[in-house]
Write a protein that binds this ligand. Structure first.
Ligand code: SF4
Ligand code: F3S
Length: 104
């Protein structure tokens, strides 16, 4: 599966949702996630993310993000159309510590 990781938080560019063939993105206030049970591993979304936040779970160290994506995909609504990113998205792009700052 592919997962959305930290740099999506507060950036939410949403280019990813437009290209997913199985519509498996889910949206919270601050970030999006991929439902790992629905993702067919096509990889199409990865290069579309301007924040480079989408990664294959075969990359080392992403276990926590797989769990995060799985948890919130069950709680948040499905999203299939690109919306406007937050006005301050560029300010947050590339910052560290976003997970703790936003999700405690
Ligand atoms: Fe959708 Fe493919 Fe990205 Fe999985 S890898 S979330 S199926 S676009
Ligand atoms: Fe987030 Fe990148 Fe999609 S910033 S909303 S994963 S395009």
């Amino acid at each position: 599966t592919y997962v959305v990781t930290e740099n999506c938080i507060k950036c939410k560019y949403m280019d990813c949702v437009e290209v997913c063939p199985v519509d498996c993105f889910y949206m919270g206030e601050a970030t999006l996630v991929i439902n790992p049970d629905e993702c067919i591993d096509c990889g199409v979304c990865e290069p579309e993310c301007p924040a480079e936040a989408i990664k294959p779970d075969t990359e080392p160290g992403l276990e926590g993000w797989v769990a995060f994506n799985s948890k919130y995909a069950a709680l948040w609504p499905n999203v299939t159309e690109k919306g406007d990113p937050p006005p301050d998205a560029a300010d947050w792009d590339g910052r560290s510590g976003k997970l703790e700052a936003v999700f405690g």
